[in-house]
Design a binder for this molecule. Structure first.
Ligand SMILES: [Zn+2]
Length: 228
């Protein structure tokens, strides 16, 4: 039982329902796969579980969550101020990253090996990272695709933090710069997350494209991938 949560939920409850005795409450931080907060009223007892990502959140944020959850279960209007405070906290960089990490560790997708027959994707990532990104990018899971589809050369899967490259390119006849270019392109996706412009997703922004042009063998690599 978390005393801090208990205290916050009790205070929030009395603000929401000043003339009512609060039911028995069990509140805890819980290792959900993603940020998730649940409340249940069962047999007169309240049971609250907050994502453990929020364990370090300031009281004001926990008060906001308490308000949202209690308002929900007692069908009271959710005050905008609380909703905004909670949303802001969740979308702050740090928390978004932590949630990302959680999904990786707790919901790991099955991905194959980074080391293929001809090329080792981890080695290529590390080398490109120091050459073009000052070693600043955190290496995601690197994997050759399980099938040999070429419709996609490669892709970055942000939910699982994985770069997948089509297995067709794991071949000694494929020049290294072609594989490097595919990985480099996906690394730019790591560096430039998809932006929403109105309702349109901007996947390859102007900055993205400008940086892609810095790849030294861009023309040869693109040519090779086209004629393949
Ligand atoms: Zn792309």
């Amino acid at each position: 039982m978390n005393q801090r949560l208990l205290h916050i939920f009790r205070e929030t409850f009395h603000q929401l329902k000043p003339r009512t005795e609060m039911p028995e409450l069990a509140a805890e931080f819980f290792p959900f796969v993603s940020i998730n907060n649940t409340i249940r009223l069962r047999q007169g007892k309240l049971r609250v579980r907050l994502s453990d990502v929020l364990e370090g959140a300031p009281d004001t944020v926990l008060q906001a969550i308490a308000h949202i959850l209690l308002a929900k279960i007692y069908r009271k209007p959710i005050e905008r101020e609380h909703a905004t405070r909670y949303r802001r906290y969740i979308s702050s960089h740090d928390i978004a990253n932590k949630a990302h990490l959680l999904r990786q560790v707790r919901g790991r997708k099955h991905v194959g090996a980074a080391r293929g027959h001809a090329y080792d994707l981890e080695e290529i990532f590390d080398e490109l990272n120091s050459r073009f990104f000052h070693g600043l990018l955190a290496r995601p899971q690197m994997s050759w695709s399980r099938d040999r589809a070429r419709s996609r050369l490669g892709h970055f899967d942000p939910a699982h933090n994985a770069i997948i490259v089509s297995r067709v390119f794991d071949h000694p006849h494929v020049p290294r710069h072609a594989v490097e270019y595919i990985v480099y392109h996906e690394m730019l996706h790591l560096k430039h997350p998809v932006k929403l412009r109105g309702s349109r997703r901007c996947v390859h922004s102007a900055e993205f494209q400008a940086e892609e042009k810095l790849f030294p063998h861009l023309a040869q690599a693109k040519h090779f991938l086209k004629v393949l």
